[in-house]
Write a protein that binds this ligand. Structure first.
Ligand code: SAM
Length: 285
C-alpha cells in the first residue's frame, strides 16, 4: 500500500524533465499539483511547467545565491507541518544544485525527506554513452581554474571508473583541452548535448575527436561529458616482443612512429620514451 502524498512536514525532492516535458512522471505531477510550497531554482523558469499542471502551491525561489537566507525559512515551513517540494531548473534536485544542502539540513533537523525520482542528466548521459556503467564516478562541475582544478583533473586522469562531468557550453572547449593534457587525446569520451531535446547529439569517440568537432561547431546548449576510465595499468604486463608487435601494426597501417609510441603508451601505461627506444632497437637489430 502506498502512502498518501503530500504529507505535512515532509520535504520532497522532485525530479522534473531535462528537456522533454513528457518525462514528468504522473507521481511528480500529482505531488507538485497538491503540495503546499514549491521551492524553485528559478520561479520564472519553472512557472510554465507548474502552470501547465495546475500547481497551486506557494512558490519560493531557492538558488545558489539565496541558499543561506532561504534555508531557515524552508525548514520553518516543515516545522509548521507544511508539505514542501523542491525542484531545480532541470533534472533531479540535489545533483549539482542547492537541493543537496536543503536535503542535508532537513534530515539533520529530523524531518522526513523523500525523493520523487525523475530524469537526471548524469545518468541519462552515462547509459547512452556505451561506456562502462557498472562502476562510475560523478564529478559534477570542476572548479573553473587554479590548483583545485588541476588536482581534480589529475585525479580524474587516473580514475579507472567512467567519470561523468557537467559543463557549461562556453567552457566545454577549455575542459576538453584540459582533459587532453591530462588523459591524452585517445581517451574515450561521449559528450551528450541537449539530452531528451529535439537536437540531442552524442559526440565522441575520443577526446581528440570531440575537441575537433566542437572547434568546428561552437558548443551550444546543455552538455554532459562521459569520460572512459584510465587504462588498466595493473593488467598483464606485455613483453617487449608484444609491444613491438603493437607498434609495428600501427606503423604498417600508416601511423608515424612517434604517434604509434604515443598511442601504445596511452593504452598500456608504458613510458612513451621507452617504446620509442624499443622501436629503434628493433629496427637496428
Ligand atoms: N540536477 C540536474 C540533474 O539532475 O541533471 C543538474 C543540474 S546542473 C546545475 C545543470 C547541468 O546539467 C548542465 O550544466 C549540464 O551539464 C547538465 N544538463 C542538464 N540538462 C541537460 C541536457 N538536457 N543535456 C545535457 N546535459 C544537461
Amino acid at each position: 500500500m502506498q502512502r498518501d502524498e503530500p504529507c505535512g512536514g515532509t520535504l520532497y525532492l522532485v525530479g522534473t524533465p531535462i528537456g522533454h516535458l513528457g518525462d514528468l512522471s504522473p507521481r511528480a505531477r500529482n505531488l507538485l499539483a497538491a503540495v503546499d510550497v514549491i521551492a524553485c531554482e528559478d520561479t520564472r523558469h519553472s512557472g510554465q511547467l507548474l502552470q501547465s499542471i495546475g500547481a497551486v502551491g506557494r512558490r519560493l525561489s531557492f538558488h545558489q545565491h539565496n541558499t543561506r537566507n532561504r534555508l531557515p525559512q524552508l525548514l520553518q515551513l516543515l516545522v509548521a507541518r507544511q508539505s514542501l517540494a523542491v525542484i531545480c531548473d532541470a533534472g533531479l534536485p540535489g545533483i549539482s544544485d542547492p537541493g543537496e544542502e536543503l536535503a542535508a539540513a532537513a534530515r539533520e533537523a529530523g524531518h522526513e525527506v523523500i525523493c520523487i525520482p525523475g530524469p537526471c542528466a548524469a545518468t541519462t548521459a552515462l547509459v547512452s554513452s556505451g561506456l562502462p556503467s557498472g562502476r562510475f564516478c560523478f564529478e559534477g562541475f570542476l572548479p573553473t581554474k587554479g590548483r583545485e582544478r588541476r588536482q581534480r583533473l589529475e585525479h580524474i586522469a587516473k580514475e579507472p571508473r567512467t567519470s561523468v562531468l557537467y559543463e557549461a557550453p562556453h567552457r566545454l572547449l577549455n575542459l576538453l583541452q584540459d582533459l587532453i593534457q591530462t588523459c591524452g587525446s585517445e581517451r574515450p569520451v561521449q559528450v551528450a548535448r541537449e539530452l531528451t531535446k529535439r537536437h540531442e547529439q552524442h559526440v565522441g569517440p575520443t577526446l581528440g575527436a570531440a575537441l575537433r568537432h566542437f572547434q568546428a561547431q561552437r558548443p551550444q546548449g546543455e552538455c554532459t561529458l562521459v569520460l572512459g576510465g584510465a587504462p588498466d595499468l595493473a593488467g598483464p604486463k606485455l613483453t617487449d616482443a608484444e609491444l613491438i608487435k603493437r607498434l609495428q601494426r600501427l606503423i604498417t597501417s600508416g601511423t608515424k612512429a612517434s604517434e604509434a609510441a604515443r598511442q601504445v603508451a596511452e593504452e598500456t601505461g608504458h613510458p612513451r620514451r621507452e617504446l620509442y627506444d624499443l622501436l629503434h632497437r628493433d629496427s637496428a637489430d
